[in-house]
Design a protein around this ligand. Structure first.
Ligand code: FAD
Length: 284
């Protein structure tokens, strides 16, 4: 089992679309920074406003002294546009990236030619050498487009072979899915850290909708229990969700997970509570 001090703890944001959202995130970022995560990451919509929003937020928080990893995908952009963005990040002191194929974003008019994430990892390595530490995505419950578990892992391995340093998983609520996945990846020669992505539970209908799209399973016992709470959840649901996710994280860490990556949904409260429940800020 790895020591706590060698583990990676990170927190994800998405670029806010309004000034009000940005002000709220600034406040959340202040609180979450005090927890001392290794880095923050900012998602990328690959089109229009969300693309600019990612760059703006990354540069703002980097300038303020945080370590921030932008998510990046080709989307519909040309190689030279992507290179320009990479150079902007490099010049600003960004040292980590999350390299993705991405999904067709809203605001992109449905027009997007997908280029797989392994191509982006290759491109970043060709253009910028070892400057960036590259994270990629992986899927313990299988990516929804993949025709099989084995094929999905084979494509994951292509990203590792292209130069990825670590991977962050899609979220899941079944720790066994994660441990089996890690074992299988290792059997296929994948030796980079596979960091569980953790989605706190705060609103059941949003979670159910999103999970359906991205192929993350909400186990039946959990979904039925969550359906028993009122629509807005309320304090009882939040307490229940907090207990479930804290226990999941405890199981993952005690089973040897190399860290945790929290999908914060731009709020600080639940992530802070889980973080404190797990005593992640205490010295190892
Ligand atoms: P890939 O690794 O390219 O895989 C995509 C699919 O194609 C898989 O089914 C895979 O099995 C298959 N595949 C891979 N390579 C090949 C190949 N060479 N030939 C044929 N098939 C292949 N989305 C966003 O839009 N913005 C974000 O910021 C964002 N952040 C994310 C962060 C994390 C940690 C995770 C887990 C997901 C994130 N996503 C984001 C969602 C992600 O973009 C989608 O899941 C997307 O559909 C796949 O991206 P990928 O990088 O895993 O793709």
């Amino acid at each position: 089992m790895q020591k706590a001090s060698s583990r990676h703890y990170s927190i994800e944001y998405f670029p806010p679309r309004t000034e009000e959202g940005e002000a709220k995130l600034d406040l959340a970022h202040k609180r979450l920074s005090s927890l001392g995560p290794e880095f923050f990451s900012v998602t990328y919509g690959a089109g229009g406003t969300t693309k600019k929003g990612t760059r703006k937020l990354v540069l703002k928080y980097i300038e303020a002294g945080s370590d921030v990893a932008p998510h990046l995908s080709f989307g519909g952009a040309s190689d030279s546009e992507v290179l320009k963005l990479l150079n902007t990040y490099k010049d600003a002191g960004v040292s980590k990236l999350v390299a993705l194929r991405g999904d067709a974003p809203s605001g992109f008019g449905g027009k997007m030619h997908h280029r797989y994430a392994n191509e982006l990892v290759e491109f970043v390595r060709q253009q910028t050498g070892d400057h960036f530490e590259i994270y990629v995505a992986c899927y313990p419950e299988v990516h929804p487009d993949a025709s099989s578990y084995a094929e999905d892992v084979a494509y994951f391995k292509q990203k590792v072979d292209a130069g990825a340093n670590a991977a962050i998983t899609q979220y899941f609520y079944n720790a066994d899915a994660y441990f089996r996945f890690v074992d299988y990846c290792q059997s296929q020669g994948i030796d980079i850290p596979i960091i569980p992505g953790i989605m706190p539970i705060s609103n059941f209908s949003n979670l159910a909708r999103f999970s359906g799209k991205c192929g993350a399973e909400i186990p039946q016992w959990l979904s039925r229990r969550l359906q028993g709470f009122s629509e807005d959840g309320g304090a009882d649901m939040r307490k229940f969700g907090l207990d479930v996710v804290t226990e999941l994280c405890e199981r993952l860490l005690s089973g040897g997970a190399p860290g945790l990556h929290f999908y914060s949904m731009n709020t600080s409260k639940t992530v802070s509570q889980i973080w404190n429940n797990l005593s992640l800020s205490e010295p190892a």
